[in-house]
Design a protein around this ligand. Structure first.
Ligand SMILES: Nc1nc2c(ncn2[C@@H]2O[C@H](COP(=O)(O)OP(=O)(O)OP(=O)(O)O)[C@@H](O)[C@H]2O)c(=O)[nH]1
Ligand SMILES: [Mg+2]
Length: 677
């Protein structure tokens, strides 16, 4: 069974027609009527939020049977806010269809998805969709593809149609015409006006195949014809090793080019015998390989999780090796435990079907199994293995969340934890200083989706507000202070007197230079405690104070009335006495950003960063020819940066952020900094 399974991701820019294409392929395979995104009845876009937007948010698995093959199509959202879905799917598939809108050509997300596929060496077929749209000129679209994605792209199909009307195409490999009959396509003659062009493309293709192998090259130059089997084998090798990218044409809404696409998926996408074994580790960290064959011990990788308010958590896995049966016990190293999979399912859009077993290479899922999370490996307890985890981009857009109803605080935390199971790019931070609950997302659009989801599925209404940047205070020069905490009016009293010095340092710390026991040793910890307490709230704006070395120089004590509290309070008073003399100032958090943009946009990006008081600390070109800038920027200046960067780069630029440290706020801005509440 394993050899007859293909897992194929369907990627491409928003609105290029991926969901429609998957819908068309499903209808063709099952001989049913296809649903439509606009009528909100597709298999893939089954959630309320997707139907509201008429655009995919979650990737959907849509298995189809075609000839003797099972093809698990995975429809990916084109929207970059949900890039997590593409990352997860690309981590398990071994083939991809990249959909391009013929009217628009290559768009930002086409390039992003293409680069992701290239990095993982995933064989790819390009499907130029919407060829039925008015005014489409395929030759121009093709030039655009070759100039942006490279010369590897080769037309395996060429459109036909009189008077610019697209009504079919030629399979350039087989030199067969396919004509649309109003419902589907039938074989036909190649239109006379296309013959010369198609032959030229066919011959170029043969030449490319001949060049790939010496024996074929000889045959070619001897004037012998290559056999169909040799041509196909040559093309197949080229597609598998990434040196060829077949370009097909069609229309998903009219079901043009779909049979040919499926045939090519089967002919040119790798079957498990083409694949290198999947590399994992034993529990001792030794490298171990698993072939995607039923005979191997069972292992599977959870690449995706769906959370539903009613049906709970669905953990979706790809079986990397072996077979799994209902009630099998599996080992999970993250839990250091075994679990029994009482029920296993296949999944199609939002629908699960219970099955008794699942085979190597297939995709399946389990429901409501506590403890399972994305990136966990399930394996045969007698043959344990662990696969490496998926890496995600980190959140770059933070907002503070506040439930509209006060009673919903606990609910909010638990719903966020659930949504994070589904989407690991979210981050949830409770800031102890500001008491705000922060949600980190990839963008405003991503945040809005999460809010909509909370409202629709969990009846949770949330207000958002900017998060408060957490400033610090420090001193810039040395100053002395005295503290005297003395109360001696009857009963047991207080007596603590200290002389202290405060000076700028890397971090807060305390030392003493007391001479001759002026302050007994046993009170030093109390003085230090007082210093630490005083640092919790600076006198300038009430922010914590960092970077101060305090030195206890001298003092006085009383044999009866002195105690720890007296010295602690005296120390606080000394700090207060010295603070304003020590040139106090405000420090702001600095974020280190790594920004990746197309090289021609660097000028705009730099001038924008300049206005944000950012310092550029590194610039390099990455392997894709893009500029990678490293910048240090005040956090307050980049709260909305992700949205601004997207508009400056039409969506092609992206960045990562991490906390770098604190730096002094320029004097002219200190007044604008709010008092700490
Ligand atoms: N004319 C024409 N329109 C199409 C074709 N394929 C899709 N569309 C339309 O294009 C729009 C977007 O189609 P979708 O299938 O939702 O596109 P998608 O790539 O899944 O978009 P996202 O999920 O947002 O990434 C819909 O209105 C479709 O009806 C086609 O072949 N021809
Ligand atoms: Mg879609």
């Amino acid at each position: 069974m394993g050899n007859n399974i293909r897992n194929v991701a369907v990627l491409g820019h928003m609105s290029s027609g991926k969901t429609t294409l998957v819908e068309g392929l499903y209808a063709l395979a099952n001989n049913t009527t296809m649903g439509s995104v606009d009528r909100k009845n597709t298999i893939s876009d089954y959630t309320l939020e997707e139907q509201n937007r008429k655009s995919s948010i979650k990737s959907s698995i849509v298995p189809i049977k075609y000839n003797d093959y099972k093809i698990n199509l995975i429809d990916i959202p084109g929207n970059d806010d949900f890039i997590c879905e593409a990352i997860q799917t690309i981590s398990v598939v071994k083939g991809a269809i990249l959909v391009i809108d013929a009217k628009k050509g290559i768009e930002v997300e086409t390039v992003k998805h293409y680069n992701m596929l290239k990095r993982k060496n995933i064989p790819t077929i390009i499907y130029v969709n919407k060829m039925d749209s008015e005014g489409v000129k395929f030759d121009e679209v093709f030039d655009n593809i070759s100039s942006v994605l490279g010369k590897n792209a080769i037309p395996f199909c060429y459109p036909m149609g009189h008077n610019d009307n697209f009504d079919g195409f030629v399979n350039v490999v087989e030199l067969k015409g396919r004509k649309y009959n109003g419902k589907t396509c039938d074989d036909c003659e190649i239109y006379p006006d296309k013959r010369a062009k198609v032959l030229e493309l066919h011959n170029k293709m043969i030449e490319a195949v001949a060049e790939s192998k010496e024996e074929l090259m000889e045959k070619f130059f001897m004037g012998e014809e290559l056999t169909r089997a040799e041509i196909k084998e040559g093309l197949r090798e080229g597609v598998l090793n990434g040196s060829l990218i077949p370009v097909l044409v069609g229309s998903a809404t009219k079901s043009i080019g779909l049979h040919t696409l499926l045939d090519m998926v089967i002919d040119y996408m790798p079957d498990p015998s083409d694949l290198k074994p999947i590399v994992g580790e034993t529990l001792d960290g030794e490298v171990i390989e698993r072939k995607t064959l039923d005979e191997e011990p069972f292992s599977a990788f959870i690449f995706k999780t769906n959370v539903d308010a009613y049906s709970g958590v669905t953990s979706i896995f790809k079986i990397n090796s072996g077979v799994v049966h209902q009630n099998d016990e599996v080992y999970i190293s993250d839990l250091n435990n075994t679990l029994t999979l009482s029920n296993i399912y296949t999944i199609c859009g939002g629908k699960l079907t219970q099955v008794s077993e699942l085979h190597a290479g297939d995709i399946g899922c389990v429901c409501k199994v506590d403890g399972l999370e994305n990136s966990m490996t399930l394996s045969d307890p007698k043959s344990k293995v662990v696969y490496s985890k998926i890496e995600y981009p980190s959140s770059v857009y933070f907002k503070a969340l506040k439930p509209k109803s006060k009673n919903d605080d606990d609910k909010l935390s638990s719903v966020l934890q659930k949504l994070k199971l589904e989407d690991p790019t979210l981050s949830i931070v409770r800031n102890r200083e500001t008491k705000q609950l922060l949600l980190g997302t990839l963008s405003l659009g991503h945040l809005n989706y999460i809010l909509e989801r909370m409202k629709n599925s969990y009846k949770l209404e949330i207000d958002i507000e900017d998060y408060r940047v957490v400033y610090r205070e420090t001193i810039t020069k040395e100053a002395h202070g005295s503290g005297r905490y003395v109360k001696q009016s009857g009963g047991s009293g207080f007596y603590g007197v200290v002389e202290m010095k405060f000076e700028p340092a890397e971090e807060n710390y305390f030392t003493e230079e007391v001479f001759g026991g002026a302050v007994p040793k046993n009170y030093f910890p109390a003085v230090e405690k007082g210093f630490n307490e005083a640092c919790e709230k600076g006198l300038l704006k009430g922010y914590p104070v960092i970077g101060v070395h305090s030195v206890l120089l001298d003092g006085k004590y009383h044999a009866v009335d002195s105690n720890e509290l007296s010295f602690k309070n005296a120390s606080i008073l000394a700090f207060k006495d010295a603070y304003m003399k020590a040139g106090p100032t405000i420090l702001e958090p600095i974020i280190e950003m790594t920004i990746t943009v197309e090289s021609d946009l660097v000028g705009d990006i730099l001038s924008d960063l300049n206005q944000r008081r950012a310092k550029i600390v590194g610039m390099e070109i990455n392997s894709m020819g893009q500029q990678k800038l490293k910048a240090l920027a005040p956090e307050i200046e980049i709260l909305e940066y992700v949205n601004d960067l997207r508009s400056l780069t039409q969506g092609s630029g992206y960045f990562n952020r991490k906390f770098y440290g604190y730096e002094k706020v320029p004097a002219y801005l200190i007044d604008k900094i709010p008092e700490n509440e």
